[in-house]
Design a protein around this ligand. Structure first.
Ligand SMILES: [Zn+2]
Length: 696
């Protein structure tokens, strides 16, 4: 099927070349009939029809078998502008990434304008044939009940077209005549705050339009400095939306990014929950009480016993934000003893960063004083960053971005840190005229929108610069809270750090006194089935976006039933553990060590296998099958009690590890029949190796 799509792409390209030869005005060399973009130039709407497409670069080989091609041509209706179409496609994948670059050819250039006062830019448009069905796949709907983003699929009804409705996406799938096509955009519009939308027109077209902030009014385009659009995506496969979801999911693992290290299914431990426990339960009322060499070294040893790959030291390891040097007060010997211990154990180092915050006395602030965010003319006020020095928010959409990237590269070179956890990047906050998101001639509210729009593109620049210097680096963007840029843009460079402790009490309309903080502000902080139920919400994304791209942490605390529930949840791909490792007995740590050793034998299969789900989250039973075509993977069953039978949808290989409450019998056709027995809330977990089915 994928091969077929690839062949169709070649046909489309050849067809386009034939059109060029005939000097007809050229169809876009894309596998799906996407109409060209339209811009507003010098006060009039100009369609992106080119006189003739000519190959202008490539093909260029990129990471993971991705090939880049560029074609360009002069605009028929505005000959002093040249449009470039840049495509990237992995061999064998039906998904094509593409973007436009609009360049001035005359020295005087031109301006992108907004006659109506709002963005006038159509990125793409696709027709909906009679009888075709469209579905919106939304990635950025924030649900306070579970305090995380949700995946929502919504049919695009006929009334959307008759009533001119719009939706945020960022993915739309059109099914017609046994085929499914996709159009998507790489940005991070929240469902409550659109920067880009799919607009439904009365002649049954879906137009992908800019809403706000995509450019500022009067933006000059001069030779050598093209206007680069966001990346878009398109694809066509045989079958319906399920086939498209599977193909798209595979693309997100290989083909969507130049930074393939971000897709590796490492097992992460993060110190934050132990710091928070110490604050609320330990009586210290300090988040950095445990942040010292002795405690971190002891936890590294415990994490190694459990089979953790990446040890992440959360906030407090640094002296001050911005410069990101180690705190000599908390680590008098520097980070070197921790680095040495991790190397000895074969583990990797991860560190917490807040890329928008820089201390008042930091060198990076001294180099970029103009980068301090401002709002309505008032510079961001100093605030303490987790019990460290007073800092201010700095704007990433300014020259500051490059210094941030270089500081992270230094951390990689000094300590070998390969995992960078990014926190506290809210989508709004700067309307300064002194940065790269509009000058004083642009109204302040438009500069604020342009900052919010451009932010994720500058975040991606930082990640891409870091990963070019350090190919094994992974950057995780914490999107636990709302009002952050969640969509497809950041996934082209890094990945997400998702729900941590579920809702805060105020999310549930439960009064909470933030100033007194007598008890923990989150509801789900105890071991047991409830917290894991909430954290598994994010697994809904796994149908489209692999769960390795939504790191979520689970608690390893006793009793064993809670450990089984948390283990069976995390191996479905979210792969995070946190909490107080010192509270675990050596026996408990050994149990995790044995289970995770078995998981490591099949985790690549779990990562690549599309999910098969039965039952609702929190229901009895709730079943997750993640078994590859080769019969390798995992099966997890959750329930509040009772006996539950299940037959795997896929052929299953040999059992290499299982919990003690499940029996597995092969069926005549090579699948596995599972029977689980639960006394109360529990989980069963089975790992299958890819050998012939000779079940023990
Ligand atoms: Zn700014």
């Amino acid at each position: 099927m994928k091969q077929m799509a690839h062949i169709r792409f070649l046909f489309a390209a050849v067809f386009a070349l034939l059109l060029v030869g005939a000097s007809a005005h050229a169809a876009l060399p894309l596998p799906v009939p996407v109409s060209p973009p339209a811009f507003e130039i010098d006060g009039r709407t100009v369609r992106g029809d080119v006189v003739a497409w000519e190959a202008s670069g490539g093909p260029v080989e990129r990471a993971d078998g991705v090939v880049e091609r560029t074609q360009s041509g002069v605009l028929r209706d505005f000959p002093s502008a040249r449009l470039t179409l840049r495509t990237r496609q992995r061999r064998g994948s039906p998904v094509v990434r593409f973007r436009y670059e609009l360049e001035a050819t005359a020295p005087e250039g031109f301006a992108l304008t907004k006659s109506s006062g709002r963005d006038n830019l159509v990125y793409a448009s696709v027709p909906l044939a009679k009888g075709a069905r469209a579905t919106e796949v939304r990635l950025s709907e924030y649900d306070p009940l579970c305090h995380c983003h949700r995946l929502v699929e919504t049919p695009v009804a006929d009334s959307y077209f008759s009533e001119d409705l719009a939706f945020v996406g960022p993915i739309v799938v059109i099914e017609a005549e046994g085929r499914a096509s996709l159009l998507a955009y790489e940005h991070g519009s929240q469902s409550t705050d659109r920067f880009i939308e799919f607009s439904c027109t009365q002649d049954r077209r879906l137009e992908l339009r800019a809403v706000k902030g995509n450019y500022w009014r009067g933006r000059r385009i001069v030779p050598g400095h093209p206007f680069e659009t966001i990346w878009l995506q398109t694809a066509e496969v045989q079958g319906g939306i399920d086939a498209m979801a599977a193909a798209y999911r595979a693309f997100q693992i290989k083909g969507a990014t130049d930074n393939p290290a971000s897709r590796a299914p490492w097992i992460f431990y993060n110190t934050w929950a132990s710091q928070e426990r110490d604050f609320f339960w330990g009586g210290s009322r300090k988040y950095l009480n445990l942040m010292n060499e002795a405690r971190i070294l002891a936890d590294v040893d415990r994490a190694a016993e459990m089979g953790i790959d990446v040890f992440v030291v959360d906030t407090g390891w640094f002296e001050k934000s911005g410069d990101w040097r180690v705190s000599r007060e908390r680590f008098p010997n520097g980070l070197e003893p921790v680095v040495a211990r991790l190397r000895e154990k074969g583990m990797k180092l991860g560190l917490w960063f807040s890329p928008t915050e820089a201390a008042e006395s930091s060198e990076i602030h001294a180099r970029h004083p103009e980068a301090v965010m401002s709002w309505h003319g008032v510079a961001a006020a100093p605030h303490s960053v987790w019990e460290t020095e007073q800092s201010r928010f700095h704007c990433l959409v300014s020259a500051y971005w490059q210094s941030v990237a270089d500081e992270l590269i230094r951390c990689y070179r000094d300590w070998g840190v390969t995992y960078f956890k990014w926190d506290a990047i809210n989508q709004y906050g700067c309307d300064s005229p002194d940065h790269f998101h509009g000058d004083a001639s642009v109204p302040a509210d438009e500069r604020a929108d342009c900052y919010a729009f451009e932010q994720v593109r500058y975040m991606a620049r930082i990640v891409d610069r870091l990963c070019a210097a350090c190919p094994d680096a992974i950057v995780d963007f914490d999107v636990t809270e709302g009002n952050r840029c969640v969509g497809l843009a950041f996934l082209a460079s890094g990945k997400y750090f998702a729900v941590n402790n579920g809702p805060y009490f105020p999310d549930l309309d439960h009064p909470y006194d933030w100033t007194a903080s007598k008890y923990w502000s989150n509801v789900f902080v105890y071991p047991g089935p409830a917290r894991a139920r909430v954290a598994r919400t994010t697994l809904d994304f796994d149908r489209w976006i692999p769960s390795v791209l939504y790191l979520t942490h689970y608690l390893p605390d006793a009793p064993r039933t809670s450990q089984k529930i948390n283990l069976a949840s995390l191996v479905l791909g979210q792969n995070g553990i946190w909490g107080d490792l010192s509270a675990l007995s050596p026996k408990d740590r050994a149990w995790f060590g044995e289970a995770l050793a078995a998981y490591k034998r099949v985790r690549d299969a779990v990562t690549s296998a599309p999910p098969v789900r039965t039952g609702v989250r929190g229901g009895s039973p709730e079943i997750h099958e993640k078994i590859s075509a080769e019969g390798a993977g995992a099966l997890a069953v959750f329930a509040a009690g009772g006996v539950h039978d299940y037959v795997t949808a896929h052929r299953a290989g040999r059992v290499i590890w299982k919990t003690d409450n499940v029996s597995v019998v092969p069926t005549a056709d090579g699948r596995a029949r599972i029977t689980c027995r639960f006394n109360g809330a529990d989980a069963a977990l089975v790992f299958f190796a890819p050998e012939e089915p000779s079940l023990r």
